[in-house]
Design a binder for this molecule. Structure first.
Ligand SMILES: Nc1ncnc2c1ncn2[C@@H]1O[C@H](COP(=O)(O)OP(=O)(O)OP(=O)(O)O)[C@@H](O)[C@H]1O
Length: 251
């Protein structure tokens, strides 16, 4: 679904990514872990096209997208969420979803016709509201939602484009334990055909969702494998978890 071959990225003299390669299979749940500043968000920015890479190649579903602008990558099935919310706070839940659905349609630029007049937009908005149990929250202004609800809504908006691969940047950061559980359940309930690439710090969450893990350290990929392989990887334990640390729930 996604192949990254030897990508590097620097900000002036600061080398943030060095020769990073990874593959995400269709439907795979792939989690990236690594200390603060390891380059995880920069890697996401390079994959989505919001930052240019200095070297390497990126393929989406077998097609090379290295130099594609972000919107072309979205149309090929790539979607993402951010560490910080990207919502319209003064609009309602329903209006935010409506706009996200409209953004995926070719007729979105015909501004003289109200969006509410497009039946397919209304139906897809209803489906998302129903599917993600937001029907009774539809008329609430986003600014009045709790932080956790806002983050969940952002995840729902990312689903509006029906992505084949979804990138989630720290989906549970700042959430209460209950909101974290809800988010993990939502992630686990995403369609099995949708691949996920997730940046996450909470090890309970990591090991609840990951089929595969990649560890970044100072911009380099130091390990990639199944959760079991990463748990028992001596270099990961030494570099990332500080020696004899146990990795993840039940390790
Ligand atoms: N636009 C930028 N200009 C200059 N330096 C940047 C820029 N974006 C990121 N960096 C630097 O690149 C390094 C990696 O940052 P990045 O946000 O990718 O790390 P991260 O692994 O996502 O960290 P965290 O877990 O704290 O979110 C950091 O040293 C950061 O300060």
């Amino acid at each position: 679904m996604l192949t990254i071959e030897g990508i590097s990225k620097s900000f002036k003299s600061l080398r943030v990514l060095r020769d990073v390669s990874l593959e995400v299979q269709p439907g795979e749940r792939h989690v990236i872990i690594g200390p603060n500043g390891a380059g995880k968000t920069t890697l996401f920015n390079c994959i989505t096209g919001s930052q240019r890479i200095d070297a390497g190649r990126i393929y989406l579903g077998g097609e090379e997208i290295t130099h594609f602008p972000s919107h072309r990558r979205v149309h090929l099935g790539l979607a993402r969420t951010f560490q910080k919310n990207n919502l319209f706070g003064t609009l309602t839940v329903e209006q935010n979803i409506h706009l996200a659905v409209a953004a995926t349609k070719p007729y979105r630029s015909r501004l003289f016709k109200p969006l509410s007049r497009y039946r397919d937009l209304r139906e897809e908005t209803e489906e998302l509201l129903r599917r993600w149990k937001l029907t009774d929250r539809r008329n609430i202004r986003v600014n009045n939602l709790s932080y956790g609800e806002q983050r969940l809504l952002e995840l729902v908006l990312a689903l509006a484009s029906r992505p084949r691969i979804l990138l989630l940047d720290e989906p549970t950061s700042g959430m209460s334990p209950a909101e974290t559980l809800e988010t993990v359940a939502l992630i686990q309930n995403l369609p099995g055909t949708m691949a996920l690439l997730v940046i996450e710090h909470d090890m309970e969450v990591v090991f609840s969702i990951a089929d595969r893990l990649t560890v970044l350290h100072h911009g380099e990929m130091i390990a990639s494998g199944t959760p079991e392989e990463i748990r028992s990887n001596e270099m990961v334990k030494r570099i990332y978890f500080g020696g004899g640390a146990k990795i993840g729930a039940g390790a």
